[in-house]
Structure formats: structure tokens, C-alpha cells
Design a protein around this ligand. Structure first.
Ligand code: SF4
Ligand code: SF4
Length: 70
């Protein structure tokens, strides 16, 4: 089943990937910060809904979504 990998150290919490995911599988983690002091987003797909469409990875300006596994 598809899944994505997010490099939390590159994420700037801009939320673009959150807005483009058709299944709303990426969410802000407001409780944790990376080494730069930024919150970051996490992938959560308990019902295996990810399409592997890579829209999230293509949209990330910081290339923080570094792998889309199908
Ligand atoms: S690959 Fe597509 S469905 Fe899966 S998290 Fe990214 S945008 Fe959402
Ligand atoms: S688009 Fe990239 S930098 Fe922005 S929140 Fe998503 S993973 Fe983080």
C-alpha cells in the first residue's frame, strides 16, 4: 500500500502538502519541533487511503517529502 516519507528536519510547516492531499492524510504535529525549532507535518493513514499520487511530494517547496512508495 502506498505511503510517503517526510524529512521532518526539512519541513517548514508551510502546510502546502496538507492542502493538496486529496485524502487529507498529512497533518500538523503541533506538539513537536525539529532542530530548526519548526513544527512539522506527519503522515497518518490508518485506513490505507493513500493513492501514491505524489501530489504532496511534488508540491513541497523544500523537498521534504522525499519518497513515495507505491
Ligand atoms: S501520495 Fe497523494 S494521497 Fe498519498 S499522502 Fe501524498 S498527496 Fe496524499
Ligand atoms: S509542503 Fe513540505 S515544507 Fe510544507 S508542510 Fe509539507 S512537508 Fe513541510
Amino acid at each position: 500500500m502506498p505511503e510517503i516519507k517526510i524529512d521532518k528536519e526539512k519541513c517548514k510547516n508551510c502546510m502546502i502538502c496538507v492542502s493538496v492531499c486529496p485524502k487529507k492524510l498529512i497533518k500538523a504535529d503541533k506538539d513537536h519541533t525539529n532542530h530548526a525549532g519548526s513544527n512539522y507535518v506527519v503522515f497518518s493513514d490508518p485506513n490505507n487511503e493513500c493513492l501514491g499520487c505524489a501530489l504532496c511530494a511534488i508540491s513541497c517547496p523544500d523537498m521534504a517529502i522525499y519518497e513515495v512508495l507505491k
